[in-house]
Design a binder for this molecule. Structure first.
Ligand code: DGL
Length: 263
């Protein structure tokens, strides 16, 4: 195969549902000329309340689906699947760059603002070793508090990004944390950037809300360059969106979140 042919193969994005679109959106700003296949496993979402072994299995199935479609690199655009399976995936698929995502704690700590740093994520992400290792690195400089948000992925999956129901949910989850100063909130789940507006209303404008999508997009770019896999085409790439659910609206919803027309 010509080098050009290999490099025009798509990059596979995976999330348990529509959340990874927040990472794809950022990636399109940085790598607009690549082709993409996005797979959301909404049929099996949420993953974050499932046992670890089940999450690993579902993640492997999803990645295999993307590789069967000829993807040249994989982005696990899901914090939960990254915590559960990234090491095993890299061992299994040694020849393919596999990029994951983790809570962007570093930029939150480096802001050095007064108050504690909250990390909102799924119960599984917060319970994994990968997360406690990350917290250990920064715990001496900041007060870091975990906020497990079981139920939030379901609200976003059904299309609710603002309004009373969501506002009530967030107020309840954050009730204890809101009693003291908050410096920043790190969004440790790729679904959550889509509810940023409502969250900001609940915590107030002074609190910085940070997500890890830019770091992941930049890491992907670095990896493609290192492996000489960058698509050299000068025109915009194609985006194909797939979903395991029979709910037709989900694919349309993903294009809407990307602010693109359905192809
Ligand atoms: N977007 C996923 C994440 O980043 C949601 C996981 C789930 O389905 O619970 O963690």
């Amino acid at each position: 195969m010509e080098l050009e042919d290999v490099n025009s193969r798509p990059i596979g994005f995976f999330d348990t549902g529509v959340g990874g679109i927040s990472v794809l959106k950022k990636t399109l700003e940085i790598l607009p000329n690549e082709n993409y296949i996005y797979f959301g496993d909404s049929k099996n979402a949420p993953y974050g309340v499932r046992p670890l072994e089940e999450v690993k299995k579902l993640t492997f199935n999803a990645i295999q689906l993307l590789l069967d479609k000829g993807c040249k690199a994989i982005v696990v655009a899901c914090n939960t699947a990254t915590s559960a399976a990234i090491e095993d995936l890299r061992k299994e698929y040694k020849h393919i760059p596999i990029i994951g995502i983790e809570p962007a704690l570093k930029p939150a700590v480096e802001m050095r603002k007064k108050g504690k740093i909250l990390i909102m994520a799924t119960p599984l992400t917060l319970a994994e070793k990968k997360f406690s290792n990350l917290v250990k690195v920064y715990a001496k400089d900041s007060v870091i508090e975990s906020v497990p948000c079981a139920g939030l992925v379901e609200i976003i999956e059904k299309g609710t990004l603002e309004g009373k129901e969501l506002n009530r949910f967030l107020k309840q989850k954050l009730a204890k944390s809101l009693k003291t100063d908050i410096a920043a909130i790190v969004l440790g789940c790729t679904h959550y950037p889509f509810i940023r507006k409502e969250l900001q209303k609940v915590v107030g404008k002074a609190v910085s809300i940070i997500d890890g999508s830019e770091g992941t997009a930049r890491e992907l770019k670095r990896k493609l360059e290192e492996k000489e896999l960058v698509n050299t085409s000068l025109s915009k790439g194609k985006i194909e969106i797939l979903n395991s659910s029979e709910e037709e609206f989900l694919v349309r919803y993903c294009y809407k979140l990307l602010e693109l027309k359905e192809h």
